[in-house]
Design a protein around this ligand. Structure first.
Ligand SMILES: Cc1cc2nc3c(=O)[nH]c(=O)nc-3n(C[C@H](O)[C@H](O)[C@H](O)COP(=O)(O)OP(=O)(O)OC[C@H]3O[C@@H](n4cnc5c(N)ncnc54)[C@H](O)[C@@H]3O)c2cc1C
Length: 509
């Protein structure tokens, strides 16, 4: 993927695109893949970097959502488990099965969660993973070496999928590009174009040059996640809001807090939330909170109360209680939940997706989860083709293998950018605590549309999430490499370092 080529293709492209997608998160990129796979002339614009929004801030699980069983949303669980199975088939290089244990401290937990997880296995049908089962206390401790042993009776073991969200987003961008779509980052929707009251394209702005231009399209798809309502209001200033954003926070701790390779899942904390403690990229990811918020900034910030909640609840289930000073990084994200009348807490709002068509023909796809992005895309494109008056063509993504991960040129067959290795002997590392190398930075700029220090350290690699202080220390080296590769000047380089420092400081509690 090359941004200059993609930007030129966007400007010089067909007089009229079949489909123009706004938003380059899981949802929009999924739509672009689906539309391109059906042979539609497809363009996608993302105002920032791919997955800059919610899609790089998830718990990184491809899962059925065990807790939705309790909410009685069986259709969502069934659909998610099917998508989990398809994704493991279509992207085995990006998604892998992960073992989980639900630790049981009360007599009723083993039968209660055991039956629930048997139902979960059953719903997955032939796309199921290793079946769930009961673990004795000894086996539960063997799987979770650093679980709190006091009062532990045993556990329930099951499997779900795990992935790197920003890298999967990039794989979708690459897949869409390979199928002929034009996807570009740092191009923002400024206004919708209308003809006879119908949405017929968009005025967009290349954020790097400040240049505005028009794109004509048979149909425009709004996949702007937490910003969905702002785009809807460009179409109809009186459109009522449909998004109730809910903030979720994760903290990252050193691997030793969990030990082993098995994740710990608590289906119900004392205040009724789910808690995950997950091994991820040689660290431990602890999440998540569910706090209704009124604002939807592109860079949300964790609240002190959210960090305290995660530390206190992790401490109940781990042998060694983590403290604030153990935290390597904190990240907040906004769930774009769809608001239905009558729901009084965001945890109770359904994670189902909706496709809406405005009187002006703007198609909005929102809600859902990373796990169901493919089904969301299929439903949105089905609907959009009718609106655009395009001849019917079936969805072609059920068995479509996803591209990537691309490899840095100097690292034939090597690991993806973000995996830190325990050894400090690897060559050209930009920081002893991170795996990212100079080759990685150049590769990200040349082949993965990385444009800023943040793109490299937050999403092409996951250094910012894995260790915000180390990422901050690596920023000057990344800025120098990018500046030379992209032909920038020293002012740009200095600005990039300042901006990244500010960002990294927000990830340090
Ligand atoms: C804390 C947390 C944990 C989660 N964990 C999981 C999980 O483990 N598994 C799972 O399946 N799901 C999970 N989810 C849900 C999942 O992450 C989201 O459903 C999904 O990422 C939403 O993707 P999206 O593309 O709709 O939104 P986004 O990723 O936010 O993408 C929308 C994009 O639109 C762009 N945009 C907005 N306005 C404009 C404009 N004017 N012009 C151009 N572009 C624009 C934004 O910049 C943004 O990149 C989690 C969510 C949260 C918050």
């Amino acid at each position: 993927m090359n941004r200059s080529h993609a930007l030129a293709a966007l400007q010089e492209g067909p007089f009229r695109w079949d489909l123009l997608v706004i938003g380059g998160g899981a949802t929009g990129l999924g739509v672009a893949v689906d539309a391109a796979a059906r042979g539609l002339k497809t363009a996608l614009v993302e105002q920032s970097d791919f997955a800059k929004g919610t899609s790089s801030r998830s718990t990184k699980l491809i899962h059925g959502g065990f807790r939705y069983l309790k909410q009685g949303n069986l259709a969502l669980v069934r659909e998610s488990l099917r998508e989990r199975g398809l994704l493991l088939r279509n992207a085995p290089h990006l998604v892998h099965p992960l073992d989980f244990v639900v630790p049981c401290y009360h007599w009723w937990e083993a039968p209660y969660y055991g039956i629930g997880l048997k139902l979960y296995d059953w719903f997955a049908g032939e796309l199921g993973l290793v079946p769930s089962g009961y673990l004795s206390r000894t086996d539960a401790v063997a799987a979770l070496p650093n679980v709190n042993p006091a009062g532990l009776r045993g556990g329930i073991r099951y499997q779900d999928g795990q992935f790197d969200d920003a890298r999967l987003a990039l794989a979708l961008a690459q897949t869409a590009t390979n199928l002929g779509a034009t996807v570009v980052n740092y191009v923002r929707l400024v206004a919708l174009l209308k003809q006879d009251g119908r949405a017929c394209g968009a005025r967009v702005c290349d954020v790097e040059s400040g240049r505005e231009f028009d794109l004509h399209a048979r149909v425009v798809i709004n996949a702007a996640g937490p910003f969905t309502d702002a785009v809807r209001r460009m179409d109809d200033a009186t459109a009522p809001p449909i998004i109730a954003a809910s903030q979720g926070v994760h903290i990252v701790l050193p691997r030793e807090f969990l030990g082993g390779h098995t994740a710990l899942m608590v289906p119900r904390t004392e205040d009724g939330r789910v808690l995950f403690v997950i091994p991820w990229q040689d660290r431990v990811l602890v999440g998540t909170t569910d706090t209704p918020v009124a604002e939807t900034p592109l860079e949300p910030r964790a609240l002190a109360t959210e960090i305290t909640f995660l530390l206190e609840h992790a401490a109940q289930y781990l042998a060694k209680a983590p403290t604030k000073s153990d935290i390597l990084s904190v990240t907040a994200g906004l769930r774009p939940l769809v608001k239905l009348p009558g729901a009084n807490s965001t945890a109770a709002l359904p994670r189902d997706h909706v496709v809406l068509v405005s009187p002006g023909g703007l198609v909005t796809i929102t809600g859902g989860k990373w796990t169901t992005y493919r089904k969301m895309a299929a439903d949105a494109v089905d609907r959009a083709m009718v609106i655009a008056g395009l001849p019917e063509k079936p969805c072609a993504t059920e068995a479509l293998r996803l591209a990537g991960p691309s490899q840095p040129s100097g690292e034939a067959g090597g690991s993806p950018l973000s995996v830190p290795s325990g050894s400090s002997a690897a060559p050209h590392r930009l920081h002893p605590g991170l795996s990212v190398t100079a080759d990685d930075v150049l590769h990200a700029a040349r082949h993965e549309m990385a444009r800023t220090v943040e793109d490299v350290l937050a999403r092409r690699s996951r250094c910012l999430l894995l260790d915000a202080r180390a990422a901050r220390a690596a920023a000057p080296a990344v800025a120098a490499l990018l500046s030379q590769e992209l032909g920038r000047d020293p002012v740009w380089e200095a600005e990039q370092i300042t901006r990244f420092n500010e960002l990294a400081n927000n990830h340090i509690p």
